[in-house]
Design a protein around this ligand. Structure first.
Ligand code: URA
Length: 201
């Protein structure tokens, strides 16, 4: 008798999904990883924040946003009354750390993001948050399927939809650390997200 077909990611429960990510070899990023970074938070969270992919610290610890950008993200969450692990879930587009030839962090390539996207899609479907917040261009464009040249400045300031859920786009915390004056705009985005949450909940 032939083996039963492998379960579809889109039909997995949390346990199967976590196991599938932990053993994933769908793209080349698996070769350099120390840990996969699945995501963290309440599986019933009303807020889901989506970053790009693990960096060095995240790869070592297996948890998203644990470096400098993570501190800023925690402050952004606190500013709107949220705490990671409590009422906010944090995930990334790719679950393994992308690096360049010199071992530095880089954004995921489109094929890497596409290979990993079903995991994020399933996380979104299982959580069914009230609001999605895309942190930076990779998350926004992966979910909205827009032209890769679309800048965050054109995506922020309005409410998008992903799978029927409101999605707000803001700057990535690592970008904000390099461009401090842009924090004011990120604050506006968080206010828009809060208003959207209040209207939807
Ligand atoms: N940047 C991201 O996009 N995700 C992380 O988990 C860490 C840094």
């Amino acid at each position: 008798p032939s083996a039963p077909p492998a379960p579809l990611v889109a039909e997995m429960d949390w346990t199967a999904l976590k196991a599938s990510v932990a053993g994933c070899v769908k793209c080349g990023l698996c070769q350099g990883r120390t840990h996969t970074v699945f995501g963290v938070g309440d599986e019933k969270a009303k807020w889901l924040f989506i970053g790009e992919g693990p960096g060095r610290n995240e790869d070592l610890q297996g948890e998203p946003f644990v470096g400098q950008a993570g501190k800023l993200l925690d402050n952004m969450l606190a500013a709107i009354g949220l705490r990671r692990g409590e009422n906010a879930y944090i995930a990334n587009v790719v679950k393994c750390r992308p690096t360049d030839d010199s071992g530095r962090d880089r954004p995921p390539a489109p094929d890497e993001a596409a290979a990993c996207l079903p995991y994020l899609e399933r996380q979104i479907a299982l959580i069914r948050p009230t609001v999605l917040v895309a942190l930076g261009k990779t998350a926004a464009l992966s979910l909205l399927g827009l032209d890769p040249d679309t800048p965050v400045s054109r995506l922020r300031g309005k409410v998008h939809r992903y799978a029927g859920l409101p999605l707000i786009v803001t700057y990535h915390p690592a970008y904000l650390l390099r461009n401090l004056p842009e924090k004011r705009k990120a604050w506006e985005d968080l206010c828009l997200a809060t208003a959207t949450y209040a209207a939807a909940d």
